[in-house]
Write a protein that binds this ligand. Structure first.
Ligand code: ADE
Length: 273
């Protein structure tokens, strides 16, 4: 996979040259490059922004500078010969939410281009223009909070995507049971030695060597943790992912089974006024 990032602060992306992603770049699993947007500015001051048309606070990034930067990266990629999948990712707090499902989808692409906006964002015509010319454009938010620019959001997304590429993670089994994985549950609690630390002992079942019992215990723990912390994930769960014990637990906790087999969390009792 090829990943390009365009930013006015290329150094911001330096953490991606460390650890597993850095190694993947070194070994050629990943073709990763960062580009300075200012190289596409045309004036002496290398200006990339201007005041918002119609008034208002802050500055907006110019479409002509972004257009030149993105055209230079898209050049040649639109050839229908091999039909590579190119995705232009624009991090913005007003985008669709970036989730593990989105990471899995983007990990299938051939080429990702991250356009990191700063200030009040990139002139809206940029995303519209590339969409109209047939580029897959994904405006993505990493959560309901506002960062100073798209760089940190790009780091988050690139790490989540790149670790899914074959060969990036040494033991691909570690991708199987993690939080937000295919089971739709949070991860079960994990332990290592020493077995007794600060008077707290590792759960006995984990020392039993009984693989089936351990698997069942972990699944029950993951389910209980998800009910407590992320009831929305339980509500979204396809009924076929629920086993008999899960259904009994939900029923006992006052969850209501819907006609489609999904469960709804118990309604809060009215607060006494
Ligand atoms: N840029 C600023 N805030 C952001 C967010 N929450 N997600 C993605 N990009 C952003």
């Amino acid at each position: 996979m090829r990943i390009d990032v365009v930013s006015i602060f290329p150094e911001f992306l330096a953490p991606l040259s460390l650890s597993l992603i850095g190694k993947a770049t070194e070994t050629g699993l990943l073709d990763f490059a960062v580009h300075d947007l200012r190289e596409h500015a045309t004036d002496r001051h290398r200006t990339v922004d201007d005041t918002p048309t119609g008034g208002g606070a802050g500055m907006v990034m110019r479409p002509d500078v972004w257009g030149a930067a993105l055209d230079s990266l898209l050049e040649g990629t639109q050839e229908p010969v091999a039909a590579p999948r190119v995705v232009l990712v624009v991090p913005t707090p007003s985008g669709d939410t970036f989730t593990q499902r989105v990471a899995e989808d983007l990990a299938q692409a051939d080429h990702l281009i991250f356009a990191c906006g700063r200030y009040e964002g990139i002139d809206s015509r940029v995303a519209a223009h590339y969409r109209e010319t047939g580029v897959e454009v994904r405006e993505m938010s990493i959560g309901d909070y506002v960062l100073n620019g798209g760089e940190v959001a790009s780091i988050v997304m690139i790490e989540a995507i790149a670790r899914l590429l074959p060969g990036v993670i040494g033991n691909p089994e570690s991708l199987v049971e993690e939080s937000h994985g295919a089971a739709g549950l949070l991860e079960y609690p994990v332990y290592t030695r020493p077995n007794d630390w600060q008077g707290k002992e590792v759960p006995e079942v984990l020392l039993s060597g009984h693989h089936a019992k351990i698997a069942r215990w972990r699944r029950d723990q993951a389910f209980a943790k998800t009910i407590a912390r992320r009831p929305d994930m339980i509500e979204a769960m396809p009924p076929e992912n629920l086993n008999k014990a899960d259904r009994a637990l939900l029923q006992e906790a006052g969850w209501r089974r819907q006609s489609d087999g999904r469960y709804l969390r118990p309604t809060e009792p009215p607060t006494q006024g």
